[in-house]
Write a protein that binds this ligand. Structure first.
Ligand SMILES: [Zn+2]
Length: 205
């Protein structure tokens, strides 16, 4: 078959145009695929980001809750009450000893007067670490509150708690008495911070 020269020339041009168009469509198609892939990746990244934000937020709320629990615990364990409602007959600090005229001593707590057998309460939550009888302090209860705080309740008439018992703030732990070296019915109350007596008045609301 003989194709005229000008027709074959036209055919070649048409063929080239056809090939060019086909290739263009193919490239466009591939570009669209890549574009879609990128969009999907972006979408995934955003989803991950939102997920992480939700987790961060939840962790933050957990942390705040934990801090609130610790604050509540500190509040419970910080001495803030009077062990008995009566009159304070002797304050913290240097005073004349009631036993030897002219002599001075450092009074390591406060004395609160009241009736014999009157309820004595724990001024903060803690664990009873001593429920013993000593010569000077008579029947004595010591509570460890953690955070460096201990409280002492002396000259008691009775114990309402045992060694090792967990007590809560405001709980009755014993009775006011005159056991040990005393001149009358009262409770000698001490607050100690890391073992050193501090002024209990500062720990009474
Ligand atoms: Zn005292």
């Amino acid at each position: 078959m003989i194709i005229p020269a000008n027709l074959s020339y036209k055919l070649i041009i048409i063929l080239i145009i056809f090939i060019a168009l086909t290739m263009n469509i193919y490239i466009e198609y591939n570009n669209t695929l890549d574009h879609n892939k990128l969009l999907m990746q972006e979408n995934q990244n955003l989803t991950d980001l939102v997920g992480n934000l939700i987790i961060d937020r939840a962790q933050l709320f957990n942390r705040i809750y934990e801090i609130e629990l610790i604050e509540m615990d500190i509040e419970d364990r910080m001495p803030s009450l009077r062990p008995a409602p009566g009159r304070i007959s002797s304050y913290f600090g240097v005073r004349r000893t009631p036993y030897r005229s002219g002599a001075y001593q450092f009074h390591t707590g406060v004395d609160i007067t009241g009736k014999y057998g009157e309820d004595i309460i724990a001024t903060a939550t803690g664990i009873v670490i001593h429920a013993i009888r000593t010569g000077t302090y008579g029947k004595m209860i010591v509570i460890d509150h953690g955070y460096g705080y201990t409280t002492y309740y002396c000259h008691l008439s009775r114990y309402d708690v045992e060694l090792g018992e967990e007590v809560i703030k405001g709980q009755v732990i014993g009775g006011m008495g005159r056991s040990g070296r005393v001149t009358g019915v009262h409770v000698h109350y001490e607050v100690r911070l890391f073992g050193t007596p501090v002024n209990p008045i500062k720990y009474m609301d």
